[in-house]
Design a protein around this ligand. Structure first.
Ligand code: FAD
Length: 394
């Protein structure tokens, strides 16, 4: 006997974790994803030229443990812990700033690897059925028998499913949220910052002779090149490379409109990073990789009775400077399931209580993420100065 059928829209990081959590509590789960399976060979080939990583923190790991200790261990076996940030100044000096007094760390992990691992986990659960290439296009929350009727577009045709409840984990531009907004008096705001991001790449150490020296800079740091108005960061990958991200005003990217200007900009602002990346790699990234926009979304309530709720970026996208977007989405799942158990699986009571109690924390983390941009691109420099003053007596 299942407790009911839950549709989860979005098989990204948060949707997969939600599917596993609902299944564990006895629900039948239908997991829908608009894209093809990211593990299929053509999809792997499509994305293999880029290795995008992110930081998984204690907040996210606690949720993975809540679902299954073994799942958390599998994830942790493939991370690189970062115990400190490493601040790079213009002369190439590096100063380490610990994240905690007791060796606390955030962990660098390959995003695609994590998504694939979660999908592998989803696949072995009998009570989760996954539908790829199914894009949610309509939701009827007044279907007969109190059920929810969902329409998906699949290979150009509409397909209808009936479920007891819909969980929207379909990202910052959520369709579920739009459907919810037509039925709920939802307060909603969306803020773009005037900065964009671009993914860059630091190849493995070309002079490497052993497994230990395959990284050109420390793999156990989150590297930052703070330059006040803009910055560069880098997180290590297991193969010796680093995924680096440049954050800067849109205007700055627009002005870098020739190869000479791009290289000149790096010579002036990130000379040590230029050496690590190499001119060709930088130019390649500038020519091939898209500029991404950065958006914060706040809304409340997150639900319509027990019929629909939104979690993850669908409910609270945030700028990435606190490294907590996914972690916070994972936490949503843990908080929601804890309330569900407390309310003896009364879904309506659970969703209502979640909306009422979760909002305050989500608004705080969205604001903290925004404030941390100033910290990372600007304030760390003064901290570095203070630290060096303490150590070197300068
Ligand atoms: P998404 O990852 O956006 O997944 C949504 C899924 O829904 C997608 O697969 C999409 O195809 C699918 N979908 C969309 N519409 C439909 C539809 N109509 N029907 C069916 N499926 C649909 N977070 C961290 O915790 N740590 C970090 O270090 C970190 N670094 C970041 C760095 C950058 C540069 C950026 C931009 C973000 C970073 N984040 C980080 C944030 C993190 O990427 C997001 O919070 C996380 O991906 C949100 O996961 P999600 O599953 O909610 O949404």
């Amino acid at each position: 006997m299942t407790k009911g059928t839950v549709a989860i829209v979005g098989a990204g990081l948060v949707g997969c974790v939600a599917a596993l959590a609902f299944e564990k509590k006895g629900y039948k789960v239908l997991l829908f994803e608009s894209r093809p399976d990211c593990r299929s060979p053509d999809q792997i080939a499509k994305y293999s030229f880029r290795s995008i990583n992110l930081a998984v923190s204690a907040r996210g790991i606690e949720t993975l443990r809540f679902i299954d200790d073994k799942l958390a261990e599998k994830v942790l076996a493939n991370v690189l812990p970062m115990h400190a940030r490493m601040v790079h100044d213009l002369k190439g000096n590096q100063v380490s700033q610990d994240y905690g007094l007791n060796g606390e760390a955030i962990n660098s992990i390959d995003r695609a690897y994590l998504n694939r691992l979660l999908l592998d986990e989803v696949d072995i659960k009998n009570n989760i059925k996954t539908y790829y290439n199914h894009k949610l296009v309509a939701s009827d929350f007044e279907a007969e028998g109190g059920r929810v009727m969902l329409t998906f577009e699949h290979e150009g045709k509409p397909i209808i499913f009936e479920v007891d409840s819909l969980v929207g984990a379909d990202g910052a531009y959520s369709t579920t949220r739009k459907h919810l907004q037509r039925n709920v008096r939802m307060n909603f705001s969306q803020d773009y910052i005037d900065h964009a991001y671009l993914e860059l790449y630091i190849p493995p150490n070309p002079a490497s002779v052993s497994n230990e020296d395959k990284w050109s800079i420390s793999p156990n740091h989150l590297h930052i090149w703070p330059r006040h108005a803009f910055m560069l960061i880098a997180l290590a990958n297991l193969d010796g490379s680093f995924t680096s991200t440049m954050f800067a005003p849109w205007k700055c990217f627009e002005e870098l409109d020739s190869d000479d200007k791009i290289i000149g900009f790096f010579e002036q602002n990130f000379p040590d990073a230029l050496k690590l990346m190499g001119k060709d790699t930088i130019l390649n990234s500038f020519h091939q990789n898209p500029r991404g926009s950065l958006v914060s979304t706040k809304c409340n309530p997150y639900n319509l009775a027990g019929k629909c709720i939104i979690i993850g970026d669908a409910a609270h996208s945030m700028v990435p400077f606190y490294g907590q977007g996914m972690n916070c989405g994972f936490e949503d799942v843990r908080v929601l399931i804890n309330i569900l158990e407390k309310n003896e699986f009364n879904i309506q009571q659970t969703y209502d209580e979640y909306s009422m109690t979760r909002n305050k924390d989500l608004l705080s983390i969205i604001d903290l993420s925004m404030n941390n941009y100033t910290e990372m691109r600007h304030s760390v420099v003064s901290n570095t100065y203070l630290l060096r003053k303490k150590i070197d007596g300068i």
